[in-house]
Design a binder for this molecule. Structure first.
Ligand code: NAD
Length: 501
C-alpha cells in the first residue's frame, strides 16, 4: 500500500483535504510508493494566513539568533544525511552519492545565510547635509514562496529558503509533486532546529496550488526553478500581481573543446557532466563542440569508449554511474528525441535505447546515447532533452564554436576546454551565457557568488544565492534624519525641494 504524504503547516504534518492526490513513484521499479496530496486554493490560503502571522514574530528575532537556528539546522541535516540521501534517491532516481551532493550544495547556501548579521548591515552617511545623516536598512518582505523542480529536491528548496528565512521572511515551499518527501523531512528538521512553527511550510500541489500562491496579495515574492514555459508563466503572473519574481528555466549547455585541450581529461569531464544524474541537471552538458575535424574525431573516439563502459542501474546500487529517469514520460520523451535525431540525419554513435539494464523493464530506465554530426538547425539541438543524451556539433574554428552558445535560445551554463589563457579569457568575455566554466564542465557557482542563467534560462533581474539573494528577499528603507543639535541651514527656503549643499 502506498503511504499517504502530508503538507507541513504551522509546525505540523497536515493531511490534505482536497481529495486530490498525485503518484510518487520509485523510478527503480516503476511502483507507486506514495500518494502526495495536491492542495486546493483554500488550503493554500490557510497556509499563507498561518505563515503571515508567524512571520511577524520571526522578523523580530535579531539576525544572530536567526543564524543560530540555521547553524543547528545544518548540524541536523548532516546528522541525518544518510537517511535523507536514501529517501531522495528512492524518489528521484539519482545515485545515493549524487543525492548526498544535492544535499551538500543546499547546505552550502544555508552556511552562506548564517552570515546574515553581516549581510544585513545597512549603509550610513554622516553629515550628508547640515545636521543631516542618512542611513539605510534592509527589512524582510513578509511571506515569500518557492516553487521548485524535481531534479534537486534538497538543493533548490534550500537555496531559496536559506537566504529568505535568514532575512526574516516566512517561507512557503511548493516542491515538485514527483519527489516531495525530502522537502517534508527538511521542514521537520527546521522545526527541530528551533525555527518557530509556521515560518517554513511545505504545501504540496499542482497548478491550482501554484496559482493560489501567485494571486494572493499576502505573498510578496516568488522564486521559481523549473522548465522555461512554466518559468515564463510564473514570472508574468507573479509580476502582474505586484510580486517580486525570479524564475529560472531550462538549458542547453555547450562545452567547447579546443584542439589544445587535454582530450582524456576533457572526455572524462564530459562523461560526468553529460550523463551524471541521467542528464537531468540544468547544468548538464548536452552539447560538445570540438573545434576542427581532428579534435572531433579523437574526442568522439574517447567518448565512445567511455560511454560503452557506463554502468546504468538501480540508484541504490554501489558502483552505478547513473540510475533511472524520474518518470515513464521522461523515458518516452528522451527516446523520442533519439528517434527524431536519427530522422533529422544525426549519426547515432551509441544508442542508449538499446542498452540492456538490470531491472530495466519495470523501472524508468534508458541508457546513454551519443550523437554525432548534429547541426544547429536540428530540433534535437534547439530543444532541451533533459536526459542522458550527449550531442556533438562539429565546428571549424573558434568563432563558429563561440557563436553556438551565444546564439542559442538558452543561456544557462557553458564551458570551454583549452590550455590557452587568451582563448579562455576571450571566450568568457564574449559568450552570451550566465555561467561559464574554464576547464570546469559544471560551473555552478559557489554559495557566496550568485547563480543564474541568461536569455530563456532566467526571468527576473536578480540571481539566486550569494549577495543577490539578500537583495531579493529584503526591501531597502532609507532614513534621512536631522536633529537641531547637528546645525541648522542658514537662510533655508522651505518651499524649495531640499538639496544637500
Ligand atoms: P517543471 O517546470 O515541470 O516543474 C517545476 C515546478 O513547477 C514544479 O513544482 C511543478 O509542480 C510546477 N508546475 C508544473 N507545471 C505547472 C503549471 N502549469 N503551472 C504552475 N506550476 C506548474 O520542471 P521539472 O520537470 O520539475 O524540472 C525540470 C526542468 O527544470 C528542466 O527544464 C530544467 O532545466 C529546469 N531546471 C532549471 C534550473 C535552473 O537553475 N535554471 C535548475 C534545475 C532545473
Amino acid at each position: 500500500m502506498a503511504r499517504e504524504l502530508t503538507h507541513f503547516v504551522g509546525g505540523k504534518n497536515v493531511a490534505g483535504t482536497s481529495g486530490k492526490f498525485g503518484d510518487v513513484y520509485d523510478p527503480n521499479t516503476g511502483v507507486v510508493q506514495a500518494k502526495v496530496p495536491l492542495a486546493s486554493k483554500s488550503e493554500v490560503e490557510a497556509v499563507i494566513a498561518n505563515a503571515a502571522e508567524a512571520q511577524l514574530e520571526w522578523a523580530k528575532w535579531n539576525p544572530q539568533k536567526r543564524a543560530r537556528v540555521l547553524m543547528k539546522f545544518v548540524a541536523l541535516v548532516n546528522d541525518n544525511v544518510e537517511e535523507l540521501a536514501a529517501l531522495l534517491s528512492s524518489e528521484h532516481g539519482k545515485t545515493v552519492p549524487d543525492a548526498k551532493g544535492d544535499i551538500q550544495r543546499g547546505i552550502e547556501v544555508i552556511e552562506f545565510a548564517i552570515g546574515i548579521p553581516h549581510l544585513l548591515k545597512g549603509e550610513y552617511t554622516e553629515s550628508a547635509g547640515t545636521g543631516i545623516d542618512v542611513y539605510s536598512m534592509r527589512q524582510p518582505l513578509g511571506v515569500v514562496a518557492g516553487i521548485t523542480p524535481f531534479n534537486f529536491p534538497a538543493m533548490i528548496p534550500l537555496w531559496k529558503a536559506g537566504p529568505a528565512l535568514a532575512c526574516g521572511n516566512a517561507f512557503i515551499l511548493k516542491p515538485s509533486e514527483r519527489d516531495p518527501s525530502v522537502p517534508l523531512r527538511l521542514a521537520e528538521l527546521f522545526l527541530e532546529a528551533g525555527l518557530p512553527a509556521g515560518v517554513f511550510n511545505v504545501v504540496n500541489g499542482d497548478k491550482e496550488a501554484v496559482d493560489a500562491l501567485l494571486h494572493d496579495p499576502r505573498v510578496k515574492a516568488v522564486g521559481f526553478v523549473g522548465s522555461t514555459p512554466i518559468a515564463q508563466y510564473i514570472y508574468e503572473t507573479a509580476t502582474a500581481n505586484g510580486k517580486r519574481a525570479q524564475c529560472f528555466g531550462g538549458a542547453k549547455n555547450h562545452a567547447i573543446v579546443m584542439p589544445d585541450a587535454d582530450l582524456d581529461d576533457t572526455a572524462d569531464q564530459l562523461i560526468g557532466a553529460g550523463y551524471g544524474s541521467a542528464g537531468q541537471r540544468c547544468m548538464a552538458i548536452s552539447v560538445a563542440v570540438p573545434v576542427g575535424k581532428d579534435t572531433a574525431d579523437r574526442l568522439v573516439a574517447k567518448l565512445t569508449e567511455r560511454v560503452h563502459k557506463l554502468n546504468v542501474g538501480k540508484s541504490d546500487e554501489k558502483g552505478v554511474d547513473f540510475g533511472p529517469l524520474v518518470s515513464a514520460e521522461a523515458v518516452k520523451r528522451v527516446n523520442d528525441y533519439v528517434q527524431i535525431a536519427i530522422d533529422e540525419g544525426a549519426t547515432v554513435v551509441v544508442d542508449g535505447r538499446a542498452q540492456k539494464i538490470d531491472g530495466g523493464d519495470e523501472g524508468f530506465f534508458t541508457g546513454a546515447t551519443l550523437l554525432d554530426d548534429v547541426t544547429k538547425d536540428m530540433k534535437v539541438y534547439k530543444e532541451e532533452i533533459f536526459g542522458p543524451v550527449l550531442q556533438i556539433v562539429r565546428a571549424h574554428d573558434f568563432e563558429e564554436a563561440l557563436a553556438l552558445p551565444t546564439d542559442h535560445e538558452y543561456g544557462n551554463g557553458v564551458a570551454i576546454f583549452t590550455r590557452d589563457g587568451d582563448t579562455a579569457r576571450d571566450f568568457a568575455t564574449r559568450v552570451q551565457v550566465g555561467m561559464v566554466g574554464i576547464n570546469v564542465p559544471i560551473p555552478v557557482p559557489i554559495a557566496y557568488h550568485t547563480f543564474g542563467g541568461w536569455k530563456a534560462s532566467g526571468f527576473g533581474d536578480l540571481n539566486q544565492h550569494g549577495p543577490d539573494s539578500i537583495r531579493f528577499y529584503t526591501k531597502t528603507k532609507t532614513v534621512t534624519q536631522r536633529w537641531p543639535g547637528g546645525g541648522i541651514k542658514e537662510n533655508a527656503d522651505h518651499f524649495v525641494i531640499p538639496t544637500m549643499d
